[in-house]
Ligand binder design. Structure first.
Ligand code: KG4
Length: 338
């Protein structure tokens, strides 16, 4: 079965063609990150306008590079939530038009479910159940993935997402947008115990997280050093910060795997690209004797292949949308589309 998938939830315009969920025939991506870097973050209207200008050509390219004819496309999958509303609407409406023109069914896909599915592409043998730690720019949550379309959220961030926290901490250190990769690099070689940073937990909610205090702690250290005219050991601050985020994530994923009796742990989302997070998860999984699945770097960030993959499983589960499909800025990953 061939699915054409579209992803426009933030600042990446992406179109992919997938066969039977896990096989990538083509995966095209246009990142607008450079344009938004000028403003220090994503400007929603600029993102929407760029999606509108680029998506048609990207879809043509994805079909051509997949080596399929338009008539070979069996379904169109699209991210409909969560994300920037104007950005999502461009993809949703393009997908509706394409599905109508092709006479193909339209399959709505939740962005976070797509991030989880990135692992099914990377690991053809992977199947639920497993615990998944989703850490992206807009969301941080712990999910008990019971089936390909049966996902239960058991913990989430009460405030900032882990990626957002990386971006804001990086910004305070004068690094550009997106700051996560730059902060990761800066921290290599730094002393991760040089700064004592908070690792908050929420009583009674063992899998919930909070990152805003950690972000504020970094911002305060930077400001205090500036005010005192002191030279700041930025590499060690970056390393201490990455260690704190990583501790918060690893602790919860491992505890959840224990409580829910899952022998597999999966990481998903942009922050899964972080070298400290990857190394710590590897160590912890080995110690506990659980299998660990981390997507390769190119599947960590936003892409349309993951949407096509999850779209395939949603399609098999009977999920369909009509011409009235709308986009939603917020929606839980365990909500079921009717
Ligand atoms: O999953 P993603 O591409 O976007 C959303 O769906 O939100 O994640 C983007 C986030 C950004 O906040 C970015 O700074 C962060 O992932 N990120 C990283 C690294 N690479 C990307 N954070 C820490 N270390 C990295 N190496």
């Amino acid at each position: 079965m061939v699915i054409l998938a579209i992803e426009t939830s933030c600042d990446e315009t992406a179109v992919a063609v997938m066969r039977d969920g896990r096989e990538t025939l083509s995966s095209e991506l246009f990142s607008q990150a450079d344009m938004h870097a000028l403003y220090g973050g994503v400007v929603p209207e600029i993102a929407s306008r760029n999606h509108a200008a680029i998506i048609g050509r990207l879809a043509e390219m994805a079909i051509k590079n997949a080596g399929v004819a338009k008539s070979d496309i069996d379904a169109v999958a699209v991210t409909y939530a969560p994300g920037l509303i104007g950005a999502l609407l461009v993809g949703v409406n393009f997908a509706k038009g394409l599905a109508l023109a092709l006479g193909a069914p339209l399959v709505p896909v939740h962005h976070i479910r797509g991030h989880i599915a990135a692992n099914y592409i990377a690991y053809p043998e992977l199947s639920p159940p497993f615990i998944c730690m989703v850490v992206s720019g807009g969301n941080s949550l712990v999910a008990d993935v019971r089936g390909f379309t049966d996902i239960r959220i058991i913990g989430r961030s009460r405030d900032d997402a882990a990626g957002e926290c990386f971006d804001k901490a990086a910004r305070s250190l004068g690094l550009g947008y997106p700051g996560g990769p730059a902060l990761d690099k800066l921290g290599q070689g730094g002393d991760d115990s040089r700064f004592a940073l908070p690792r908050p937990s929420i009583e009674g909610f063992p899998y919930d997280m909070s990152f805003s205090g950690l972000k504020t702690a970094v911002v305060n250290i930077v400001h205090n050093a500036e005010q005192r005219g002191e030279e700041l050991d930025k590499a060690s601050l970056a390393a201490s910060f990455a260690a704190a985020v990583s501790d918060i994530l690893v602790l919860r994923a491992m505890a959840a795997a224990e409580e829910y009796g899952r022998d597999k742990i999966v990481i998903a989302g942009g922050v899964a690209a972080n070298s400290r997070v990857r190394a710590d998860f590897l160590k912890a999984a080995e110690t506990q004797g659980r299998a660990l699945f981390i997507p390769p770097l190119k599947l960590c960030g936003d892409n349309a292949a993951m949407i096509g993959c999850q779209g395939y499983f949603e399609y098999l589960a009977g999920v369909r949308a009509g011409a009235d499909l709308n986009a939603y800025a917020t929606m839980d990953a365990d909500a079921v589309y009717w």
